[in-house]
Design a protein around this ligand. Structure first.
Ligand code: C5P
Length: 312
């Protein structure tokens, strides 16, 4: 829940706040290569934005503060480690100004869920502060700051669909039709992304990890809006590691498939699971069946593609 906002108490200029809406993502393909010397993994990471949004509001203040509201607000760190706070501090440092801003996050994206919720808040804060402070930072520079904040942050800014290579931060936007309909099953508790990659490394020990490459069939399914073809092409190289750390996710995946989902997979590093379905009606039915199955905490339905970080 957190504070409702501090406008009026520390709003020193009287200026109104700036709000940015940022989407969650699902990885429709996550091909993971071997660990690099720096510990990161080379990826072929096909991101797809979904219509599940956090909103970040930046308001003038006498120092950098963060508050958060939403069902999982108590799980969001409000200190300097928060990606929204880090984004404001990094942008201010680039321009040689003080990061005197209050950031309020209205959180709908599952926390530590493999849907880039923290990354969304970083991209949102960056865009909101840039507008609030009237900086007009070039897009290219904003993307570079995003990449510094985290591998998934550039995509939160861009939205739509994109292929991320390198550690996932080097983006090429992809043509995407739609709509694609999704159900997300939110698990109890989060999974640590570094822990999932470490488990990937453990499971890969003694095996040959092939060079990650995007699947032509998957890119074609995105471009043409072919749900059945996308369902057949979905893949997540981190899924065995996520299932190894959280074996109960197998029951969630099975429950969604039994309920009529066209495909089921772990979203990113998990533990949120994603179900691609035929249409909005099927989404409601699969979501209800998942909740009734007792294999998840709650569900969300959403569509793709969704726009990237947008000033409201
Ligand atoms: O870039 P980001 O801070 O989101 O990454 C979090 C962690 O996920 C990294 O510290 C690393 O352990 C892991 N990671 C990785 N390879 C990537 C992206 C992330 O090993 N391409």
């Amino acid at each position: 829940t957190g504070e409702a906002g501090v406008t009026g108490e520390v709003n020193v200029t009287g200026a109104a706040g700036v709000t940015v809406r940022v989407p969650a993502k699902v990885n429709v393909q996550l091909a993971v290569g071997a660990a690099r010397p720096d510990g990161f993994h080379d990826l072929a990471n096909v991101f797809l934005a979904v219509s599940l949004y956090d909103e970040v509001t930046a308001t003038p203040a006498d120092r950098l503060t963060v508050t958060c509201e939403g069902p999982d607000a108590d799980k969001v760190p409000l200190d300097a480690t928060n990606l929204a706070a880090r984004a404001a501090a990094l942008l201010a440092a680039r321009h040689g100004i003080a990061p005197d801003v209050h950031l309020h996050i209205a959180k709908a994206i599952p926390v530590a869920g493999g849907m880039a919720g923290g990354s969304a808040d970083g991209a949102g804060a960056l865009l909101a502060c840039d507008a609030l402070w009237g900086l007009g930072t070039p897009r290219e520079d904003l993307l570079a700051i995003c990449a510094e904040l985290g591998s998934d942050v550039p995509f939160s800014l861009v939205g739509g669909a994109a292929l991320g290579v390198g550690r996932g931060e080097r983006l090429t936007e992809l043509p995407v039709a739609g709509p694609f309909h999704w159900v997300f099953a939110v698990a109890d508790g989060g999974l640590s992304t570094p822990a999932v990659y470490a488990e990937f490394d453990r499971l890969a020990e003694g095996t040959d990890v092939s060079e990650p490459a995007a699947s032509p069939a998957l890119l074609d399914a995105l471009a043409t809006g072919d749900t059945a073809a996308l369902a057949a092409a979905l893949s997540n190289g981190l899924q065995p590691a996520a299932l190894s750390l959280r074996p109960s996710l197998a029951a969630t995946l099975a429950a969604g498939t039994e309920a009529g989902a066209l495909a089921a997979l772990v979203s990113g590093s998990g533990p949120t699971t994603a179900f691609l379905v035929k249409d909005a009606e099927s989404a409601d039915a699969v979501a209800a069946a998942l909740r009734a199955s007792g294999t998840c905490r709650t569900t969300r339905t959403a569509t793709s593609p969704a726009p990237g970080a947008t000033l409201l």
